[in-house]
Write a protein that binds this ligand. Sequence first.
Ligand code: 0SF
Length: 479
Amino acid sequence: FGPFPYSATGIVCRMTKPAALLLNQETAQVIQAAFRNANFPNITGEKSMRLLGKVAYGLTNIQVNDLSIEQSEVELREDNAIHITIKNVTAIFKGTLTYGYAGAWFLKFFHSVDFEIDSSIDLQINTELRCQKDKVAADASDCYLAFHKLTLHLQGDKEPGWLKQLFTDFISFTLKLVLKREVCKEINFLAQMLANFVQDLAENFVQDGDIKLDISLASAPLIKANYLESHHKGLVLYKNYSGAFSDSVFSPSLLTESRMLYFWLSEHILNSLALAAFLDKRLVLTIRGEKLQALFEAEDTEEQQKAVQMIFQGTSYNDSVAKVWSLSHPQISVQTEGTIVKSLVAVEVSIFPPGEDPKMVLYIEKETTVTIQAAYAEKKLILHPVDSRTEFKAFKCTADPNGNDPSLRNFLQTIISVVGIPEVISSIELTLTSLLNSKGLHLFDIKNPEIITREGYVIVQLDFSFPNHLLLGFLEERL
Ligand SMILES: CCc1cc(Oc2ccnc(N(Cc3cccc(OC(F)(F)C(F)F)c3)C[C@@H](O)C(F)(F)F)n2)ccc1Cl
């Protein structure tokens, strides 16, 4: 049967061990939030003591005070679990202890005193990543607390020995159960909150206006010893149009394990995005003023001056406009050389002589094929055309109605290829960069990102350092 059919997968995200280790440095903040968020119920009970008869006790408004977390280890386990081990969490719980007993002579004696409990705890959290309703679900219910120490300190020095004994032998057992239940419940809750947070952030990231990418899971996340991997549908949704599944096949060997983060994207996604952008009338560019002048006066030759005179007939560039747009859905394919964009493009120049009606002076249709290499540096997307070829499809010029002036055509051919295509690409570059930054990509500290193109797919691989205000911000919202 060949490799497992990933055909429903358009995008694969791989996070390797180095990324997990870096993210693990934020675990301490999550655990601290879990302890702080946990609400501990009052613990009440009674115990009949030898000399004292029935003793009633209550631990009320238990709160965590100081919490210190030394180091936490993270391990990716092949059985689809992320094991986090945190040793020697020291926590001080504070609250009020009320105790009393009805003495033999019906003497009711109740006393309440503030307490502090010193504790040292080992945490073991085995989180499973699952696919639930097509989304990443984090299940951290496999959670253990081991108490090394749990000592009660009562306020003031009157600490009846029998009470400490009662606490040590009896109350602490219940207390451990309550602490484990509440802390693990909160950790599980936060784990799912984090998964939802990433999912929401990601969904917002891959949406703009009516165009969005369905990044719901195509299969359950995979965890290997050195990386974890999620497979997403990667379907382009545009209004009621939704792209068909792609047939490009992902296989794990396409990604290495040396970088922190990998995104594998099938070329089908780029193609569908181009179609959606075309349907959304985004593939239109208007050039006027000095931009237009720069295009038409890129090279100062005799032929150029003649052509400009013929086309603009003395109208200034400020009263002229060039419009460039795709006549058909651009076809995008990906090769090792780069991303190849093939599109039938129309260029129309109109002039608005003052006091006269506007008139269209030039119309050209060309089949353009451009090979583009992409890079990301200084928080900007860089698109570099490495090769372009064009083929005339139609040509109309009022100044030369029957098109028998070859010098004009040659001139236009040159400026479209030499300056026209680069101008269009740089405007796409600026638009995509501002789109990425509007999604907050510039907030991430991305290190040495590589955009690699191969037949049928693109791989984006990178390292990152974690802007902890991102996680802190998330946790503050939660607290
Ligand atoms: C925007 C990155 C991205 C996320 C996708 O969808 C999801 C949904 C849920 N989890 C993930 N994970 C991958 C991932 C890695 C790094 C960043 C990120 O999203 C982000 F929110 F940080 C970014 F959008 F800001 C998502 C995590 C998934 O691999 C795991 F680990 F949960 F299994 N991706 C699909 C495609 C792309 Cl390009």
